[in-house]
Design a protein around this ligand. Structure first.
Ligand code: SF4
Length: 430
């Protein structure tokens, strides 16, 4: 494992570790990956075998709290286990050619599931990996289920070479005490209706080991040449689904003590119905999957507003978001007393991926540039949500930078974290 960063005044810094060091063993245990490091580095006294400039040495650390002050480099693409599936809805298959390489990595790696919450299918998980998950208690894991009917799931996964039935695999992990979050990518006419009901009702007996089941809508881009015909959920279907899931949630809340099944924010926005209250998300365990993020943002926005006296200083500015969230953001800003002529919400259509993609996180720099260039006045600044740029280097999906955008538009562009206080502070200070 390569050290990516060492925080000052921490056990790692005190032991003399530095960026670029390779940690090859902890207390005599050789490391395969970051999970082995976490697993073996829990002791109070640690002896790290470290390589630096071709020389192997030992560093001794004493842990004073949960962190060591050490950041490990992420795995290289070649070290990641990739999937052998060809899911009919796979977003990666719907990317146009010529984008940066890392976007095409089809990871299906239980280590990334444990470390970062990536969803995995378990379809070709080998026995050694199963044993490792159980031995090292890699919990929770995030599992793409899609359907429990074996034949239907096999078809949804694109009829891969290996595709063991999902329920026995989940049962095995559940029996070993591994907690799981299940996900269903909902494809109208394929795994909805009675198929969805079967899937959810076959997963519920595995609660609490399967803690949650997330239903997310299929995302279809305009780049689907030679891919199976699929369609998006309609607004009427989304409304019917909300009603069905509310009924299931009431039942499981009574029977299991948890609502167990949760709908993606996108489904409520598409249905144009109120989002559930914060308590209905039961701690927001799967917010990263788009389940409850909007509720969290809206509640946080109202709390932040009551603490602030002034939302904006004089002069207009433009806040960028996706078409789906724009009406909610306009309503929030109106509630805060801001003048829509002063703080303009730009609902940027997604021309690159197509109109069915309405989230801010998949906007490209060029789509933002094109939409804003057609506006009569952008005001004193443009605020862009950080979800639209890549972590680390802050570049848009199409490799445009915020600086390119600012130069083209002739106004400052600020990248804003997607939190209410960051947005309100940027509106006040920009
Ligand atoms: S598991 Fe399916 S959706 Fe995920 S990367 Fe593989 S083919 Fe794509």
């Amino acid at each position: 494992m390569t050290v990516a960063a060492v925080a000052p005044r921490t056990p790692a810094a005190g032991a003399g570790l530095a960026r670029g060091d390779r940690i090859v063993a902890v207390n005599g245990h050789p490391l395969r990956d970051a999970i082995d490091f976490q697993f073996h580095a829990g002791d109070e006294r640690l002896e790290l075998t470290v390589e630096r400039d071709g020389v192997t040495g030992t560093k001794r650390l004493r842990r004073h709290g949960p962190g060591l002050g050490l950041e490990l480099a992420p795995p290289r693409p070649g070290d990641i286990t990739t999937c052998a599936n060809k899911c009919v809805f796979c977003f990666i298959h719907q990317l146009p050619k010529g984008m940066r390489k890392s976007l095409y990595v089809k990871d299906d790696d239980f280590r990334l599931s444990f470390l970062h919450g990536n969803y995995i299918t378990l379809s070709d998980l080998d026995e050694a990996s199963f044993e490792r998950i159980i031995e090292q208690r890699l919990s929770p894991l995030y599992i793409s289920v899609h359907a429990t009917d074996p034949e239907l799931r096999y078809a949804l996964l694109g009829r891969p070479r290996h595709s063991a039935e999902i329920l026995p695999r989940l049962e095995r992990l559940a029996k070993a005490g591994i907690r799981m979050h299940a996900q269903i990518v909902l494809c109208p006419d394929l795994n909805d209706g009675t198929h969805l009901e079967r899937t959810v009702f076959e997963l519920a007996p595995l609660h609490p080991h399967v803690s949650t089941t997330a239903i997310v809508p299929v995302g279809l881009t305009r780049h689907r040449e030679r891919l199976p015909a699929l369609r998006s959920l309609t607004a009427d279907e989304a409304r019917a689904l909300v009603a069905t899931v509310e009924g299931w949630q009431r039942r499981w809340l009574a029977e299991l003590g948890s609502r167990f099944v949760f709908l993606a924010d996108e489904i409520y926005l598409l249905a144009d119905v109120p989002l559930p209250p914060a308590a209905a998300y039961e701690g927001f365990a799967i917010a990263e999957d788009g389940i409850g993020l909007v509720r969290k943002f809206e509640d946080g926005f109202h709390r932040s507003i009551t603490r602030r006296r002034r939302v904006a200083r004089a002069g207009a500015l433009t806040v960028v978001t996706g078409a789906l969230f724009a009406p909610r953001l306009r309503a929030l800003l109106a509630d805060s007393g801001s003048d829509p002529a002063t703080i303009r919400v730009a609902a940027v259509p997604n021309d690159f991926f197509g109109p069915a993609i309405g989230v801010a996180g998949l906007l490209t720099g060029r789509d933002i540039q094109r939409h804003l260039a057609a506006q009569p006045d952008l005001g004193r600044a443009v605020l862009v949500p950080a979800v639209a740029v890549r972590d680390g280097d802050g570049i848009f999906l199409d490799d445009l930078t915020p600086a390119d955008l600012a130069r083209d538009l002739g106004v400052p562009v600020r990248v804003i974290q997607p939190t209410p206080s960051a947005l309100l502070t940027a509106i006040r200070d920009s």
